[in-house]
Design a protein around this ligand. Sequence first.
Ligand SMILES: *Cc1c(COP(=O)(O)O)cnc(C)c1O
Length: 360
Amino acid sequence: MGPTARIDLSALGHNLQQARAFAPGSRVYAVIKANAYGHGMLRVAPFLAGADALAVARVDEAVQLRQAGIDRPLLVLEGFFDAAELDAAAHYRLEVAVMQSEQLEILRQRPLTRPVACWLKVDSGMHRLGFQPAAVAAAWQALRDNPMVAGGVGLMTHLASADDPDDPATPAQLSTFRQLCRQFEAPRSIANSAGIIGWPEARAEWIRPGIMLYGASSMLGQSGEQIGLRPVMTLQSRLIAVNHFPKGSPIGYGGSWVCPEDMPVGVVAAGYGDGYPRHAPSGTPLLLNGRRVPLIGRVSMDMLNVDLRSQPQARVGDPAILWGQGLPAEEIAARAGTIAYELFCGVTQRVRIEEINGQG
Ligand SMILES: *Cc1c(COP(=O)(O)O)cnc(C)c1O
């Protein structure tokens, strides 16, 4: 007995429509990197058919999609790293981000079977990847002059702090990028989910939603549910033991939680070996029989304990939801000092997957 990740395939299309509703004039790259944030890249791709294109982080991921027969426009957000990856990009008709001079050099030297489509990535202030604003004109010209680069080069940037609607870093990035773009005739792409949800000016010709497609919001203090998104993944398991302990009994490893009175304590079959965060503190909610009960004590590899004082009638076999339907992953993540992205990506191999609502 262990947890199941139930994947609601119909929620993907719904969430994509919500992303489009935020940015009705924009075309959409549906971001399915990191195995679609743990949801299964090949599983979800067909259910995001309403997107104009797909995006992944790495060439390997894109090649896997092509080899599975997925023939849609496909952007590699981190671009190619060496000549072999560039060859693969040309061979598999991948669009690539170009963010540094090493890539321009490889592009200049490498004879390709066909031109590749490129997005020039600009560092407008995140200081991770991208050409500095002052270097963009030369990079742009190098791409335009290169016969191995397909026409219609785009300009792309990424926002560092869009999850916080009050952070002045975002207007600063938007202004830097907007001023730069005036010099070029090019489609632009700026917004990830937080940009789409929180920053109308970031919507531009192409948007790049990721986490919101899976039903979570990346805005601080706001759940996906609150903005009309539906959770795709529900991690669920069962109660495998119900015990009664006297006041003063320590619960679990280290005895970090002690029963304040005589009380029933349940054991749920889910732990960090399944991807439930070990740092979730006592008090983190689970849904047992559809109602909240608090986690108590330390999370083990295969199990965790819950306080059953509010459900003394609970029995072995009762269903427990760890996150998903009715219990936002964002909330569990915040309790554990992380983000929903990491919870989703961290679901482990041994967790069974159950697909629902796959028939249109
Ligand atoms: C991952 C990623 C996205 C999607 O981000 P979300 O926050 O999941 O919406 C968009 N653009 C780039 C460059 C990314 O790396």
